[in-house]
Design a protein around this ligand. Structure first.
Ligand code: ADP
Length: 402
């Protein structure tokens, strides 16, 4: 069975075509700057030169048409005909309380997704566009939605409610939802496998540290708390997002800097985080270089990021009554040797110590704690695509029967 995994952002589309008989990647790639005259299309196959093209791509539907054409192309393709795509799995950011698991997309599900878009106006609309484009081009192929929020639906009420009037939750759905769920679930499963244990016997803290970052407390295989909230804006200090701030700051800034709410919203999402503090960049590699050259605000931004991650780890040790493993994943978690070192510096009281030599890796899966540590530390490259493909296979298996 071949599954096409599609992840649509507002101006991007990432894809992977997987052969689920052995979970191998047949092709993968991405479209960037969709909507522009100079959109960039990159297509990769194992053991072959990558294809890179710059061309005008108006919308997601056009991108998908280009993708399907190249997948069956004589020279660059990997399948003979579109009939070899048995199902499509879509990453969808927000499933609210409606979806605690992945789901086969039906007209009723589309209606519910549009409903969820009201609380995720930045993220869900491009996901929906991607689904509609696939439905238009491949009307007979079953499609599955896999939600970033679903894994966190196991959080207890005391963890997910905000102390606003209860009606904000019961009438408007204002609560902590959490994101990056597919990634947290994947690395927790891999962590249990690497430890030779069942997830149900473990307390894991997974740190997904990328441009957007979140930390999750996973007890007995279930997410019981996570640092992102009603939206992906809250929690840690991020690349350009502010993370947790006192909500009273918002009207104060509107008043003092004569800003509209949408200007403050944009400031909190796009101009804050390590970029806002450093004034240099949201890219941690650039920040590290600047800090080495003596830029104090770049160093401060890094210190704030590490401090916040360590603080949330400490909180989650408390709510789980201990921890068995801490996992680092995503761009910074997988590659940031110095970042992992700084975050773990001070966690020795837990019975763990980072092994500086083992930690000297980028993008590899490995335990990086000192041998015999009571609490293990792992680097585990995330793989959301494989999770989406597995769920798509599980849900469409009976329809497809291959
Ligand atoms: P997202 O998917 O949220 O856009 P990623 O998971 O791709 O983000 O992570 C992007 C971040 O990873 C960037 O801030 C980048 O600086 C950081 N990163 C990538 N490589 C390294 C590295 N070698 N050292 C430190 N940070 C890195």
């Amino acid at each position: 069975m071949n599954v096409l995994v599609v992840n649509c952002g507002s101006s991007s589309l990432k894809y992977q075509l997987l052969d689920m008989t052995n979970e191998s990647v047949l092709a993968k790639g991405q479209f960037e700057k969709i909507g522009a005259k100079d959109a960039i299309f990159t297509h990769k196959r194992p053991n072959a030169d990558k294809v890179e093209r710059v061309e005008s791509i108006l919308n997601h539907k056009e991108a998908l048409t280009i993708l399907l054409n190249i997948l069956v192309d004589d020279q660059y393709g990997v399948i003979k005909s579109m009939d070899e795509i048995d199902a499509v799995g879509h990453r969808v950011v927000h499933g609210a309380e409606k979806f605690a698991d992945s789901v086969l997309i039906t007209p009723a599900v589309m209606e519910a997704l549009n409903e969820c878009a009201k609380i995720a106006p930045l993220h869900n609309p491009p996901n929906i566009q991607g689904i509609e484009a696939c439905q238009a081009i491949m009307p007979k192929v079953p499609q599955v939605a896999v939600f970033d929020t679903a894994f966190h639906q196991t959080m207890p009420k005391e963890a997910f409610l905000y102390a606003l009037p209860y009606e904000a939750y019961s009438e408007l759905g204002v609560r902590r939802y959490g994101f990056h769920g597919t990634s947290h679930k994947y690395v927790a499963q891999r962590c249990a496998e690497l430890m030779g244990k069942h997830m149900s016997d473990l307390r894991i803290i997974s740190c997904h540290l990328g441009n957007g970052s979140s930390v999750t407390a996973i007890k007995g295989g279930r997410s019981i708390d996570t640092s992102m909230g009603f939206t992906p804006l809250s929690g840690l200090v991020m690349g350009t997002r502010c993370g947790d701030i006192d909500p009273a700051i918002v009207p104060y800034l509107m008043n003092k800097w004569d800003m509209t709410y949408s200007e403050v919203d944009s400031l909190m999402n796009k101009k804050s985080g390590v970029l806002g503090i450093s004034g240099v960049s949201n890219d941690f590699r650039v920040l590290e270089d600047a800090a080495k050259e003596g830029n104090k605000r770049a160093q401060l931004a890094l210190d704030m990021f590490h401090y916040k991650v360590r603080r949330v780890i400490g909180a989650y040790v408390a709510v789980m009554g201990g921890v068995d493993a801490i996992v680092f994943t995503a761009g910074i978690g997988e590659n940031g040797i110095g970042n992992r070192d700084a975050i773990c510096n001070g966690l020795e009281y837990l019975g763990t110590r980072l092994d500086k030599e083992l930690n000297n890796i980028r993008g590899e899966e490995r335990e990086v704690s000192v041998e015999g540590s009571k609490v293990k530390i792992f680097v585990i490259p995330t793989n959301e695509e494989i999770m989406i493909a597995r769920d798509t296979q599980r849900i469409t298996g009976d329809l497809v029967k291959k």
